[in-house]
Design a protein around this ligand. Structure first.
Ligand SMILES: Cc1cc2nc3c(=O)[nH]c(=O)nc-3n(C[C@H](O)[C@H](O)[C@H](O)COP(=O)(O)O)c2cc1C
Length: 440
């Protein structure tokens, strides 16, 4: 029987499976392209590898970065990835997902400035170059304590415990939220970030708006209305002349059937017509970089982060994970080909373990992505970039094994990191987590 997990000893084993499954995933053994810089706006990203945003659930009560937050970003910076995409950070008190989520506001901007300075310095000291730093600004929407929703979707409502009769956030509140994001952008600039990400993925509030076909008013129904909020914020930031690069982490498709999803057909399959239109419009609005992701970890985690093990409350892979990886790569390629002049950050590399550098080089060389981002792989192996650049490979002993333990911890808002490869810190936390949540 076909093994539904990573089992490749050689690149040849891997390419044989690509052929067997008839998958179009570019592979290149010349990794030199990964060391080339990319100009984004007025600043340069020193290489083609990125840390994707990964919540560590370790903020202080006031939303400031905690001790483990500082540790995480220092490790990322020492590891040599040219782009560090900081994790989901609330732009408003009501949009904070949980008390352990970062939240940037007037009273703690200095603490974020310290985090930026330490991260940048660690990069310069260890690699000679400052990494490019993006802050992801979010509103957790239905996944925050207030369960604020933009539109009802029966299955997501049921799973998130949202009352189907609960009133949705009003148009006035959404307009005010635009201003909250502008304000948070100003603070991000003051803290020293190079860019802000207006997060529009994974069915948090802003991503939910993109699929709000059934919402009345200014922010729902037509394509123009559903994309209005995101475009308004970008325009407001530009009009305010805040001197910071603007980007977005965007779902290319939700995998939620029409009329509830975005980029999805009536079966929940891929229909990129609207996402392609949107990325073109975002580029026209002045965006130079977009980070592409898919689906929602709350409904279809196997699509957004293919895994070998589902974790305690997860489900086994319904397809070979390589098919999932190829799907992400293909969607990223489609978007990059739509806006060839825009820096597209691709995702979904972690399941590939030590094969990842060859796929990353293939993606960049064939114009399918500009930068390749690692999420779980960043937790497990923060110095993957340095190893690729100095030894020409990633060590099989250091790679993420997609065991989903980090996802389990994050799902329960426990301190989150790699239980397997960063075990000194996170194995005891995971043991405690198992003990205290047994039977739940
Ligand atoms: C523990 C955990 C935390 C995450 N936090 C964020 C986040 O803050 N923002 C975000 O856009 N995606 C987040 N993600 C998704 C990852 O950035 C990434 O898209 C996903 O893990 C797939 O990439 P990978 O295969 O390299 O892990 C998170 C994923 C995990 C497992």
């Amino acid at each position: 029987m076909q093994q539904m997990r990573f089992y490749y000893k050689t690149l040849q084993d891997f390419t044989a499976d690509l052929e067997k499954f008839d998958l179009d995933v570019p592979v290149d053994t010349d990794l030199s392209v990964l060391q080339t810089p990319v100009l984004v706006g007025t600043k340069t990203i020193p290489n083609r590898l990125s840390i994707q945003p990964m919540e560590g659930c370790d903020a202080l009560e006031d939303g400031s970065p905690g001790e483990l937050t500082f540790r995480r970003y220092e490790r990322f910076a020492r590891g040599g990835a040219g782009l560090i995409w900081f994790e989901a950070t609330a732009a408003s008190a009501a949009g904070r997902g949980k008390p352990s989520q970062l939240y940037l506001h007037d009273d703690n901007v200095d603490n974020f400035a310290r985090l930026v300075e330490q991260t940048r310095q660690a990069g310069v000291e260890n690699t000679g170059k400052a990494p490019y730093l993006v802050l992801q600004l979010t509103h957790a929407g239905r996944y925050g304590d207030g369960k604020i929703i933009a539109v009802h979707e029966p299955e997501l409502d049921r799973r998130a415990g949202v009352d189907p009769q609960k009133p949705v956030i009003t148009d006035d509140e959404l307009r005010n939220l635009e201003d909250d994001f502008v304000k948070a952008t100003r603070l991000a600039l003051a803290a020293g970030f190079d860019a802000v990400d207006i997060k529009a993925c994974h069915r948090y509030l802003i991503s939910e708006l993109l699929g709000a076909h059934n919402r009345p008013g200014e922010y729902g129904g037509s394509y123009e209305n559903r994309t209005r909020w995101l475009k308004n914020v970008i325009t407001k930031i530009k009009d305010a002349k805040i001197d910071i690069e603007i980007t977005t982490r965007l779902n290319a498709y939700d995998a939620i059937p029409h009329p509830y999803g975005w980029g999805s057909d009536s079966e929940g399959g891929i229909d990129l017509a609207e996402p392609k239109r949107l990325v073109q419009e975002l580029v026209d609005l002045g965006l130079n970089m977009i980070n592409i992701t898919i689906a929602t970890p709350y409904l279809t985690p196997h699509l957004s982060r293919p895994y070998d093990q589902p974790g305690r409350n997860g489900y086994p892979q319904p397809e070979h994970p390589l098919i999932g990886v190829a799907r992400i790569m293909n969607v990223v390629k489609e978007i990059q080909k739509t806006v060839p002049g825009c820096t597209i950050v691709g995702t979904g590399f972690s399941w590939l373990r030590q094969i990842a550098p060859y796929v990353a080089a293939g993606m960049v060389n064939e114009g399918c992505a500009s930068i390749c981002g690692f999420g779980r792989g960043g937790f497990a192996y923060p110095d993957f970039a340095k190893d690729i650049f100095t030894t020409g490979e990633m060590s099989p002993k250091k790679v993420c094994i997609s065991c989903s333990k980090c996802s389990e911890l994050k799902g329960a808002a426990w301190l989150t990191g790699c239980v397997v490869r960063d075990s000194e810190v996170y194995a005891p936390i995971y043991q405690r987590f198992l003990k205290e949540t047994a039977g739940r």
